[in-house]
Write a protein that binds this ligand. Structure first.
Ligand code: ADP
Ligand code: ASP
Ligand code: MG
Length: 823
């Protein structure tokens, strides 16, 4: 015997209804089957709303019409394809049932009250009709069918709305009805009968429980729960797309997962099947060939100690505290006895070690009732000040991590907490199940999706995720996009998922939380309508719960640099080649670092000095290892390295500058290079890195352009062709003098051991490490405590789109720390 249960979405419309009939027919060829059906999707919600709205005087016409339409469309759809399907008789049944329903609702409206018994009868109408439809459909297909009425056969105890089935008695009743072996058994889910043979229901989502109970009563070999997902996942797949399908879990794990919110199973489903060791398979009606998830008696899976992460929304935490609680015997018992008498279920409990307070979580809808019963129970203590007024925190959620193997694993809670901390999620309370099979944390409700995503990423996903937003789509920005595009596949194999979620230039921006199509970004960007705005970026990140957003600044804009503190505070890492932030005031320099530390975000700027050369990282490594800078000298500008190299070869300054511009080495206006300001910025960044608190104006700059040169030409071309040649002779003389001594001229940035920083034109002899540096190369010579008298020299192209982009790319990859599933 095999019990098959089909949920609401599996019988939502004619197409699915017919699929279900196919599955039943196919399964019955192998062994006898018993089928439990839910109400078609949405029906129970409509019925529940009809009662509630009627009590509140709200019009329910649309609910009635919608519900009736769902049934009629179902009948039409089945009748259309199934010959011999007696839809006429069923239409009459639907009509009669809706007539009865309207009468009951009319009565409720008059009474302004709905007894639980009537409530139960109303809300299980969907299951009743679904069974009637399926009976007729299977008969039309020539099957033998026996319908089991759950009101007669399943004896239940408890209230009308949340009953529990007595399995021994129900087993006996079902056995007594001796159903022929070749009959398909059909039974409505969600429904049972009490001792007075009145209809009761088993709680919302209770059809899973009906199936488990029927499987237990029939001592079935298998229980199959057919739903709209492929099985039980590591997290709700609707909230966390990366969730992974679980092949098998133990009864205890399934129980804990469903108790803490995995809606795919009703929490009470497991107990009856576990009692008789009936394996339970979760399957997808839309993908019947998928393997599904097997729930059975299995040994602890040491290799996969964590099985899932669940969440429960709309929770409230009640806190009972006061000086009277210390050492007072029986406080907890009184609290929970009174809560239980009120029929309120407590999901989680924590007690402070001082016994000064007890906190527990309940569903938000039970808060009023809970406060009332507690105030009654502790009337005297509250009056005498032994207890503080009952404290309620609303709008909370519980996130739980679940798995049998957790009890023997260290560090799992630390991982969960640090994941939540990284997303700035405040933990309000913590509880560990006594079985050590679960750890739960209470957080603010609106942080739920973010919380489960980061926790899932930390505990299950060995893939690291990077969501990049690039500002500035000039030469470097474009080279970076190309490099990322090229590397995406390779990085995926290294477990790094990188996607570009935003592009912005000074005019427009383009965003896509799932990643912009990099085959077509130019066309899409042109069509972009919005300008770049931090606010809309923050909205996008929050709405889509992005895990590791990185803003990449490829501009040289001061106004973007001024927003870094806000970027960091809003949860973005920053990677930048823009020097403006690091050369702004010392106060801003320190503020960025402070905010980065506080918000646990990275601020990376290795391309600020030497483009792709790993300058900053090496320097930081040396300093961290206890080294000290004694002196520094370097050629920090690719354009000036090129120009001074050409002077050696006999070109004039103006010719060399024009050539550098043609090669793309210079800034758009070469006066920015010749002024020495850019080199000064790089020098300042290095000096600050080693600890000198300097401002840009503290750097002494010897400009290449003589001080008395009044730059009169506005246009770059005019300056280069008319004005610059007027100073060529000065350099000719300097070069000649240097050559006479076997020296060359180089434009050098220097940091002395007293912190004095200078940018000067120097003549160097052959022994100097910077003597041969030209052709656009950069070279940086660090004289340190460890590196002397021969300095540490970093040398290579220090400008150019590709090398700079590669340096930025390396920084982007530094925003993730390599991680394995090592728990
Ligand atoms: P049915 O109507 O078939 O009973 P439900 O809607 O009650 O289906 O349950 C299936 C839904 O449970 C899925 O669509 C999914 O969104 C949700 N769900 C929550 N947590 C999990 C989980 N860990 N694994 C699978 N599904 C889950
Ligand atoms: N139809 C009922 C509900 O929606 C029972 C179920 O589907 O499991 O709660
Ligand atoms: Mg369900």
């Amino acid at each position: 015997m095999r019990v098959l249960k089909f949920g609401g979405t599996s019988v939502a419309d004619a197409k699915h209804f017919l699929y279900v009939a196919d599955i039943i027919e196919q399964k019955k060829r192998q062994e006898q089957v018993a089928v439990v059906l839910s109400a078609p999707a949405k029906i129970t919600n409509h019925l529940v709303n009809m009662v509630e709205y009627t009590l509140n005087g709200i019009n329910i016409e649309s609910n009635i019409n919608d519900a009736e339409r769902i049934f009629i469309e179902l009948l039409n759809g089945i009748a259309h394809v199934q010959p011999g399907f007696n839809d006429v008789a069923l239409r009459n049944i639907v009509q009669k049932e809706f007539f009865k329903l309207k009468q009951l609702l009319y009565g409720i409206a008059l009474l302004q009250y709905c007894p639980d018994r009537v409530h139960a009868t109303i809300i299980c109408l969907g299951e009743k009709l679904a069974i009637a439809f399926m009976e007729e459909l299977l008969i039309a297909r020539g099957c033998n069918v026996t319908v089991v009425n759950p009101v007669d056969k399943l004896l239940a105890q408890g209230g009308y709305l949340e009953s529990t089935v007595n399995i021994p008695e129900s087993t006996w009743r079902i056995r007594r009805s001796s159903i022929p072996n070749d009959h398909i058994i059909l039974m409505a889910g969600f429904t049972a009968g009490n001792e007075k043979s009145e209809l009761v229901v088993l709680g919302r989502n209770g059809s899973d429980y009906s199936a488990a109970v029927l499987a237990a009563c029939l001592r079935a070999n298998y229980c199959e729960i057919w739903t709209d997902v492929d099985g039980v996942y590591t997290c709700d797949p609707r909230k966390v797309p990366e969730a992974q399908l679980l092949k098998s879990i133990s009864y205890q794990e399934a129980m804990e997962l469903s108790y803490f919110g995995a809606k795919v199973l009703h929490p009470r489903t497991i107990s009856p099947i576990a009692q008789f060791k009936i394996p339970c398979l979760i399957k997808n009606t839309n993908n019947p060939n998928g393997p599904g998830t097997l729930i059975s008696h299995i040994e602890v899976d040491e290799a996969n100690p964590v099985k899932g992460i669940t969440h429960l929304n709309n929770m409230a935490m009640i806190n009972v505290s006061g000086p009277g609680m210390q050492g007072m015997l029986g406080m907890a018992a009184r609290i929970f006895a009174s809560i239980s008498r009120a029929g309120i279920s407590v999901v989680l409990i924590t007690q402070s070690s001082s016994e000064y307070s007890i906190s527990f979580c309940i569903s938000q809808s039970d808060v009023l009732n809970a406060c009332k019963v507690l105030e009654e129970e502790f009337h005297l203590e509250l009056k005498n000040g032994l207890l503080e007024p009952i404290d309620v925190i609303k709008d909370l959620a519980i996130i739980s991590v679940i798995g049998d193997g957790m009890r023997t694993q260290r560090g799992l809670s630390a991982k969960l907490f640090s994941a939540l901390a990284s997303a700035k999620i405040n933990i309000i309370a913590i509880a560990q199940g006594s079985s050590e099979r679960s750890i739960s944390v209470v957080v603010e409700d609106h942080m739920t999706t973010m919380g489960i995503r980061v926790a899932h990423n930390m505990l299950f996903n060995i893939n690291q995720i990077i969501e990049v937003f690039i500002i500035g789509i000039g030469g470097v920005g474009q080279a970076l996009i190309d490099q990322i595009h090229r590397q995406q596949k390779w990085l995926k194999n290294q477990n790094i998922e990188i996607c570009i979620c935003g592009l912005a230039n000074s005019r427009v921006s383009l965003t896509n939380a799932n990643g912009i199509n990099l085959d077509n970004w130019r066309t899409e960007l042109i069509q972009g309508k919005e300008k770049f705005h931090l606010e809309s970026l923050v909205n996008l990140v929050q709405k889509n719960h992005l895990l590791n957003p990185v803003i990449v600044d490829c501009t040289n804009s001061l106004s973007i640099a001024k927003q870094y503190a806000d970027f960091l505070a809003n949860g973005f890492h920053i990677v930048t080649s823009n020097k403006k932030a690091n050369t702004a005031s010392m106060t801003y320099y320190q503020k960025i670092r402070m905010i980065a530390k506080k918000s646990r975000k990275k601020f990376l700027y290795d391309t600020n000095v030497g483009a792709g050369l790993p300058v900053i990282e090496n320097l930081q490594n040396l300093l961290n290892a206890g080294d000290e800078l004694i002196q520094f000298s370097g050629i920090l500008s690719g354009s000036l390295s090129f120009i001074f190299g050409k002077l050696d070869e006999g070109m004039s300054l103006s010719e060399a500058t024009i050539a550098a511009r043609i090669h793309g080495y210079t800034e758009p206006d070469p006066r920015d290079d010749l002024s020495g300001k850019d080199v000064a910025r790089k020098l300042l960044i290095l000096a600050r890195e080693v600890g000198y608190e300097l401002e840009l104006q503290d750097i002494h700059i010897e400009s290449i352009l003589p001080e008395d040169l009044n730059v009169t030409e506005k246009k770059v071309e005019d300056f280069l062709l008319k004005q610059l040649p007027t100073i060529d002779h000065i350099f000719d003389t300097k070069i000649r003098n240097a050559h006479k001594e076997g020296k060359v001229l180089r434009y050098i940035g220097e940091i002395r051991n007293n912190g004095c920083c200078k940018v000067t034109i120097k003549s160097l002899d052959k022994t100097h490490p910077l003597f041969s540096v030209k052709d656009g190369e950069n070279a940086l010579a660090f004289y340190t405590r460890y590196y002397q008298p021969i300095p540490l020299v970093l040398r290579g192209y220090g400008a150019g789109h590709n090398v700079t982009a590669a340096g930025i790319f390396a920084d982007i990859l530094r925003t993730v720390t390599w991680k394995t599933r090592d728990y």
